[in-house]
Design a protein around this ligand. Sequence first.
Ligand code: PGA
Length: 246
Amino acid sequence: MKFFIGNWKMFGILSSKKIIEKINKFKTKDRSNNYKIIITPPYTLIESFAKKFKNSNVAIGAQNCFFKEKFSSNTGAISPFMIKKSGASYVIVGHSDNRAEGDNDEKLKLKLNFCLKLNLRVIFCIGENKKEKQKKITFKVLGKQLRNVLSKKFDPNKIIVAYEPVWSIGTGLVPKNKDLSKTINFIKSSLRKLYNYKCPPVLYGGSVDEKNINQLKNLKEIDGFLIGGASKSSKKFIDIIKNYYR
Ligand code: PGA
């Protein structure tokens, strides 16, 4: 099974549900391929979208959460419990945008812990930045990001790992297939070690679009894609899926 996840970031208002309606219509017709679609709109849309798309072919998730479980006096924060009660079933944790804003391993571990406890599935993002890539310490960085946050006691069936090199997010740059294949295999072998041969799905994210999917799809070890910019257009998002299976 493959995953196509649309991360809308700070885009979307109520009328943007039309994008999901079109994607849902497409998926409802396309029964031949085995894949799952998840859309993560801004917090403000989760409740209404989760209701609207409850029995549809599109699952709804959140883009982040605060590192406390339920209620607290943190202004502007949204907890895993509130997300769960809004009807979402997935949460992105550890996106490089949020790491840049202060999410460290300790906070990320708390976030994962609370999400999983509440039965929310986690899309855990990891990735090296440009400097780390140039220094050729990508595997060291990724290994640490995995080890420091993923605990053996987490259920690997509830986790999806998304490899998103920071230098490829929103830049139009995508790793070469040869390099990407090595990295995905490294992540998978690290996860297998951690989870006793049970390996969560490993996705790729960073500038995925309807064109470069034609080369990315050759890497069968990739279990799906986390799509930012291109997911704001139903046409582009659907074309990514169509081209993947073509
Ligand atoms: P992008 O974003 O597809 O626009 O590069 C990916 C992401 O940030 O998840």
